[in-house]
Design a protein around this ligand. Structure first.
Ligand SMILES: [Zn+2]
Ligand SMILES: [Zn+2]
Length: 352
């Protein structure tokens, strides 16, 4: 079967590899769609970040080259011994987290902060950029009949946004600023709206992405190149600042602006993974008792996110800008996302 493998930085290759065999406790999936994620792009441009190169990942036991892709959905074609939660023919999406199940975090159900945290399609295993994948049965979630495959492939990134909003101090009627409107920022806008935000301010420099922010429900667009971001956000919130600011850009200036644009005792949520350390104004936190929250991935939320998308409360399909074949994954996928800000979410169909 064809699969896209990360070999090294700037080197992803579509190769013929054997179809994986299902083992006890595992499920084999015929992949319908797999989205290209911002973290896949990081691995392509500046990796390895999550991809194990020297030592195998402690849970997947795998290392580079790895089959990429963690945002995927498809049909169950075979189940291994002992699997009872799904059967062949079921339509499902994948929660791609590897966790040990034994550390203190896992024991209290917070498996997204597991000591051995990993992701299928990054930390090894059979990722979704392939005709077939094999995953542990615990990663499987059933989807409703009326949910499309495209919607199902968007559940994983939407889960990041929903987790961020749930972990934040947002209450119905609250005001929000979202810094950076790539795929996750756009989903945060939708999740905040679904959670009852009364005003959503999007901070974005790219005109193409400003357009997407407007389309998914931002009330105000602020372009930091054209104005003082903090002052402008204050002016839209009666001089106070927003209740919650979500940082999804991973830029020092942006996290600074996010902190200073919240009200006194406001909440800043760090969703970005940082390529290098950032200097932040700690007095901007302490002198007004602002709170900084950080989130990674998601936990215990997939069934609810599936419903939010299936119900239309999160319009995930608004993000899909292109569907491509696996043979074109580098040129039409990774390179297109690198060069063209009007590309948001590209879905790969790995079937021949
Ligand atoms: Zn992702
Ligand atoms: Zn653990």
């Amino acid at each position: 079967m064809k699969a896209a493998l990360w070999q090294s930085v700037r080197n992803i290759q579509v190769q013929d590899i054997p179809v994986p065999q299902v083992q006890a406790g595992q499920v084999k999936i015929k992949v319908a769609y797999c989205g290209i994620c911002g973290s896949d792009l990081h691995e392509y441009l500046a990796g390895p970040i999550f991809i194990p190169v020297d030592q195998p990942h402690p849970i997947s036991k795998d290392k580079a080259p790895v089959v990429m892709g963690h945002e995927f959905a498809g049909e169950v074609v075979e189940v291994g011994e002992g699997v009872t939660n799904v059967k062949p023919g079921d339509r499902i999406c994948i929660e791609p987290i590897y966790h040990c199940g034994e550390c203190a975090s896992c024991k209290r159900g917070h498996y997204n902060v597991c000591e051995k945290l990993g992701f299928i399609g990054l930390s090894g295993g059979y990722g979704g950029f392939a005709e077939y994948s094999v995953v542990p049965a615990s990663m499987i979630h059933l989807i409703p009949d009326h949910m499309t495959w495209e919607q199902a492939a968007l559940v994983e990134p939407a889960a990041v946004a929903v987790h961020a909003v749930r972990e934040s101090d947002l209450r119905i009627g609250g005001t929000v600023a979202v810094f950076g409107t790539g795929p996750i920022g756009l989903l945060v806008i939708q999740a905040a709206r679904a959670a009852g935000a009364s005003q959503i301010i999007a901070v974005e420099v790219s005109p193409e992405r400003q357009e997407f922010a407007r389309k998914v429900g931002a009330d105000v667009i602020v372009n930091p190149k054209e104005c003082d971001t903090v002052e402008t956000i204050r002016s839209h919130t009666g001089g106070l600042g927003v209740d919650v600011a979500y940082e999804v850009a991973g830029i020092e200036q942006t996290i600074n602006a996010a902190i200073l644009s919240t009200r006194s005792e406001g909440n800043i949520v760090n969703i970005s993974i940082w390529e290098k350390p950032a200097s932040i104004p700690l007095n901007g936190l302490i002198l007004t008792e602002r709170k900084m929250t950080s989130i990674i991935a998601y936990r215990n939320i997939f069934p609810q996110v599936i419903q939010l998308i299936a119900n239309g409360q999160i319009q995930a399909l608004e993000l899909v800008t292109k569907k491509i074949a696996i043979d074109d994954i580098v040129t039409e996928g990774f390179e297109a996302l690198t060069k063209n800000k009007s590309q948001i979410k590209i879905l790969v169909n790995p079937q021949p």
